[in-house]
Design a protein around this ligand. Sequence first.
Ligand code: FES
Length: 67
Amino acid sequence: MSQNEVLCRCLNVTRQEVEQAIDVFAASTEKEVGRLTEAGTGCMCCRRCIRDLIRERQQQSAVLRTA
Ligand code: FES
């Protein structure tokens, strides 16, 4: 999935915008991502992708902290 790929089609939110919410603003739940970007606040079918992305970014962050 590329950075500019739309992750939430309802609200036209890109993967990059969701990653910024997680990395820069420390969003750690789908609700927090939704408050910051509106992703996942429509039909909610993208929430699993958002949850997976949160988990992925948190794991990467943990690896960087221990390196
Ligand atoms: S695709 Fe994200 S809320 Fe519908």
